[in-house]
Design a binder for this molecule. Structure first.
Ligand SMILES: [Zn+2]
Length: 341
């Protein structure tokens, strides 16, 4: 497997996170990157550093105002008196109060959904490198059939104009758009992270040329709460091009794999020219913030199902948090995927 990654991924290392009324260690830690990278290398996969394809692939998906803010925010930090090592706001625009202010604090809340995406000195470099890994993996897959983008920070909760849920830029959407443009056809996204791929859904919700399918924990009492329900099927030209398969918390291999099979049936009916898999490992039974009980063998079985689905497939790393099983699940997935191609 070609593993496209960016050393800049280490440069965003958020400190704390506000969760359930308490300040805790941020789950999306920079060490996720070397742990996943080194595990893939030790398993014999080929590491390739992402080239810089410039801003175009990012701007093909994202609002220019969000990209401008993220890339320039650290240079504006003096606008916030007594700022520490992280820039963050506690104020967020709502549909009924949504003017875009000039000041940095207000502008942050205009482009952010929550407090999980603080900006530090190296955040933009990490976010940009992560997006470029997605672009590089899409290009590698176009040449060789499949590739894995080791994206960190993750991306599937980022909308065209909003960060959130540890995500800044939507790497999965960037890869999908890259493949759509290159193939001239339609692209499908299958998201198997334990959380609904709300940003990816939002980006493509009104489009007929990108199918989005997500298998995730029921959002009625789980992040991202406000989207991810089965009756969200797309809108306008995109009607019928979105499918959500929510499962009860505590679901294990059998239910999860059955839902993935169902999702792959929808992908097959759509007849895409490429498949992008939003590959979270937080469905793991050992994940510190997950809600499912998927085993390492379950991830290998998912990989076999997915490997048989499409000759042009890009795997994009999403969630999956620090625990012993994290690198084991990656190695199991990549190995089983390759063995089934
Ligand atoms: Zn997740």
């Amino acid at each position: 497997m070609i593993v496209v990654h960016s050393p800049a991924s280490s440069r965003h290392d958020p400190d704390t996170y506000f969760r359930r009324g308490r300040t805790v260690a941020h789950p999306e830690q920079a060490t996720r990157y070397p742990i996943l990278r080194d595990a893939a290398a030790a398993a014999g996969h080929r590491l390739v550093e992402a080239a810089d394809a410039g801003p175009e692939p990012i701007l093909a998906v994202h609002d220019a105002g969000l990209v401008e803010l993220l890339s320039g925010i650290w240079a504006r930090r003096d606008e916030l008196p007594e700022i520490g090592e992280e820039i963050l706001t506690g104020h967020f625009a709502r549909p009924q109060m949504s003017r875009r202010p000039e000041g940095l604090l207000g502008r942050l809340g205009y482009y952010m959904a929550d407090t999980s995406t603080p900006v530090r000195a190296g955040t933009w470099e990490a976010v940009h490198g992560s997006a470029q890994a997605a672009v590089g993996a899409a290009d590698a897959a176009l040449a060789s059939g499949h590739a894995y983008a080791l994206c960190r920070p993750p991306g599937h909760h980022a909308y065209a104009d909003s960060t959130g849920g540890f995500c800044f830029l939507n790497n999965t959407a960037i890869a999908a758009e890259r493949l759509r443009a290159a193939t001239g056809g339609r692209v499908a996204v299958l998201d198997i992270d334990v959380h609904h791929g709300n940003g990816t859904q939002g980006i493509f919700y009104r489009r007929a040329d990108v199918l989005t399918v997500s298998v995730h924990a029921d959002p009625s009492n789980y992040f991202p709460f406000y989207t991810g329900y089965a009756d969200e099927t797309g809108d306008g030209e995109g009607s019928g091009a979105n499918r959500n398969i929510p499962l009860p918390q505590g679901s294990g291999d059998a239910a999860w794999l059955a839902a993935i099979s169902e999702g792959l049936s929808t992908v097959a009916e759509f007849g895409p020219s490429a498949l992008v898999v939003a590959l979270g490992f937080d469905a793991s039974e050992h994940d510190p913030i997950g809600a499912f009980k998927v085993t390492t063998e379950g991830f290998a079985r998912a990989a076999r199902l997915i490997a048989a689905a499409h000759p042009l497939t890009v795997l994009v790393q999403e969630g999956g948090y620090l625990c012993e099983a994290l690198p084991q699940n990656l190695v199991a997935f990549l190995g089983a995927f390759e063995a089934s191609r």
